[in-house]
Design a protein. Structure first.
Length: 276
């Protein structure tokens, strides 16, 4: 059995099929871990959701910001963006089953000495603390009042963590860190304005994994979300969003030997106007 961790798919089903052919994926023997952002902006989000859902226990998927965006749009709590490609899901006969399945995905996954999160973790959190905080958001998403969470999920404030946070402010900080985080300042305040290359980050800000006081610096963390960062491999930090959506690659990391597998992607036709 092999475990493969796959970077942000974002509705790019054809490259995903080619990548799975490349690694000779066998759902009876192997397992796929997806770093989140299964959907949106690519042309085949519906096909991606159906395929991964049907894999059952052969796939582990965590939630990304685009996945949460889909849930908000489906409930009418957020307007679709011009670049969204979610209509096929919202009009599908199995929409309700797909969205319920998505709503029950975890925020993090920890196994075999690896921790997978879509975007990042705040420096104040250990892995144990992070997993506990993830459960708080998961419980909100899976409750009968999940709409209340989605209504108030969006927002950049608070931008920092405090153990004293309660209610929706607490859940929003956890969600933002795990699904949107890239940069952070020395005091642990999150910055959501920068999306570029790490070499171009503003002075006084750290990539979240470079923060000198990060509690998880001795833990191995795999994440996606930051396509401008690209494939970034350190002993304890593994970034796998290689921008398939933008004409880059779709990447898989084989867990036991950290071997990288990639397929080239073409910019999706639906994005040509968006990329100009």
């Amino acid at each position: 059995m092999s475990v493969y961790i796959i970077g942000d798919v974002q509705g790019c089903f054809t490259p995903l099929e080619r990548l799975l052919d490349t690694i000779h994926f066998n759902p009876q023997l192997d397992q796929l871990w997806f770093v989140g952002d299964l959907v949106n902006r690519g042309p085949q989000s519906l096909e991606v959701l159906r395929y991964i859902k049907n894999l059952g226990d052969s796939a582990v998927t965590i939630l990304g910001n685009h996945d949460l965006h889909l849930l908000c749009v489906a409930e009418g709590y957020q307007k679709a963006h011009a670049s969204d490609t979610l209509d096929a899901i919202l009009e599908a006969p199995d929409k309700d089953d797909l969205l319920r399945w998505l709503r029950y995905r975890p925020m993090m996954h920890h196994d075999q000495g690896f921790t997978m999160v879509h975007a990042g973790l705040l420096p104040q959190w250990s892995i144990t603390e992070s997993l506990s905080l993830a459960v708080e958001v998961e419980q909100a998403l899976r409750s009968q009042q999940y709409q209340e969470f989605l209504i108030h999920m969006y927002g950049n404030k608070p931008a920092y963590w405090s153990d004293d946070l309660e209610g929706m402010e607490r859940l929003r900080v956890i969600t933002n860190a795990m699904t949107r985080l890239r940069l952070i300042d020395k005091d642990g305040k999150m910055d959501f304005s920068f999306k570029g290359k790490i070499q171009e980050k503003p002075k006084g800000l750290y990539a979240w994994y470079e923060h000198p006081n990060r509690k998880t610096k001795n833990d191995t963390i795999v994440f996606g979300h930051w396509s401008a960062l690209g494939l970034h491999m350190e002993s304890k930090v593994l970034a796998l969003d290689t921008g398939c959506l933008w004409g880059g690659c779709l990447t898989a990391l084989r867990l036991h030997d950290r071997k990288i597998f990639q397929v080239n992607c073409k910019p999706e036709a639906s994005l040509k106007h968006f990329m100009k």
